[in-house]
Design a protein around this ligand. Structure first.
Ligand SMILES: [Mn+2]
Length: 386
């Protein structure tokens, strides 16, 4: 069995101030061309379909178009989708039962009651059947109901709690589709700027709890990588969604599952974005003379190293580049300023620092009561430290 593993489409996303609609349509079009040519047995999308929980009408129509074009391929290719942390479970769930009749299987909501289970899609090939378990993005709070009302302490426990309820037959071939921050022993995950992850990895799931699957198709991290073992993988985004990804190679993952017990094969097919994301660096005259017609429309982050700041650098660069993300200066002057501002950073009052953090996370100020609680916490913490 051969299937495409995609994730983190982030339809509707912008790159700096540029709308990526054309770029996203173009790359999804390339996925469709590959599907027409290779006729995979399934297409798996491991979460973050949209960039926002309330996608724009434009974003919805881009995805609608993608699914409609996939459905026209005959015989039909099943599409298996789970929701990511950026998706709204309720919105993504809309019409999912109707879509199921067209072999588009969407799992957007975590089971809530005893009778509910993960969506399981069984496909067959010459070696028998393969069970795909679709696990939407979850937080410990989502699974309290079937943990006897108790909140699992970690994300690892929460994921285990969900899987333990499923009657997974280890003798069959099983694939898990999941959108979480999985980490393996002894390997540091490669992260990039376009992901929103918790600081310190408190939301990580220990990959050992899913290693018994024959393949684990992951979404969440935007750079392609395996998590400790060959068969537990992030495929990454189809497009570069931040300058920090400029050096990455984005590819389409094609997974080949053979007979039970044989190692999976993952082939990475090249993708050809409409515009690349690149870093360019040097004195302005070199940057301008090195720019050619090819790559003129790429998204470029420019760092100029001239010791004397050039006159209106952006206007000069716009003559050779049409999509400039940013222009930075890196010279003696800016380096001095950086050092100076380092010294300027003062350690804030911890209560102030916490309330800034709270506001960032919750988009509201702390209530009086909450503030009092935190004051007490800091008084006690200080007391202990003394
Ligand atoms: Mn994502």
């Amino acid at each position: 069995m051969r299937f495409f593993h995609l994730s983190d489409l982030h339809i509707g996303r912008q790159l700096h101030h540029y709308n990526l609609r054309e770029d996203q349509e173009h790359i999804l079009g390339e996925v469709i061309s590959y599907a027409e040519k290779l006729r995979p047995d399934a297409i798996v999308i491991a979460g973050d379909i949209y960039d926002r929980s309330v996608p724009s009408a434009e974003a919805v129509s881009v995805f609608d178009d993608f699914l409609t074009r996939l459905c026209r391929i005959s015989p039909m290719i099943p599409v298996l989708i789970v929701s990511g942390n950026h998706d709204s479970p309720h919105r993504l769930d809309y019409a999912s039962r109707l879509l199921g009749r067209h072999q588009i299987y969407i799992a957007a909501k975590i089971p809530e009651t005893k009778g509910e289970h993960l969506k399981k899609v069984t496909l067959t090939d010459e070696y028998g059947s393969v069970d795909f378990y679709l696990m939407p993005f979850l937080k410990p709070g989502y699974v309290r109901a079937f943990c006897g009302g108790e909140l699992p302490e970690t994300y690892t426990e929460a994921v285990s709690a969900v899987l333990d309820r499923e009657d997974i037959d280890p003798g069959r071939r099983n694939v898990l589709v999941s959108h979480q921050f999985y980490t393996g022993k002894g390997t540091a995950p490669k992260t990039c700027d376009s992901e929103i992850l918790s600081v310190g990895g408190i939301d990580n799931v220990d990959a050992s709890v899913v290693q018994y699957f024959d393949y684990v198709a992951l979404g969440h991290l935007h750079g392609a990588q395996k998590v400790g073992q060959e068969h537990i993988r992030y495929c990454g985004t189809l497009l570069k969604y931040s300058v920090s990804e400029a050096g990455q190679e984005k590819t389409l993952h094609v997974v080949e599952l053979g007979a039970k017990g044989t190692p999976v094969k993952v082939e990475r097919l090249p993708l050809h974005p409409l515009r690349d994301v690149r870093r360019v660096r040097g004195p302005i005259s070199d940057v301008i003379s090195a720019a050619g017609a090819k790559g003129r429309d790429d998204y470029v982050s420019v760092t100029l190293t001239d010791e004397i700041d050039p006159y209106k650098p952006k206007e000069q660069l716009e003559k050779v580049y049409t999509h400039i993300l940013e222009v930075r200066m890196d010279n003696e002057r800016t380096r001095n300023r950086l050092q100076f501002s380092d010294e300027e950073i003062k350690i804030q009052d911890p209560l102030q620092a916490f309330s800034d953090f709270y506001h960032e996370m919750q988009s509201r100020e702390m209530s009086e009561e909450e503030q009092k609680i935190m004051e007490q916490v800091f008084i006690r913490a200080r007391g202990d430290a003394l």
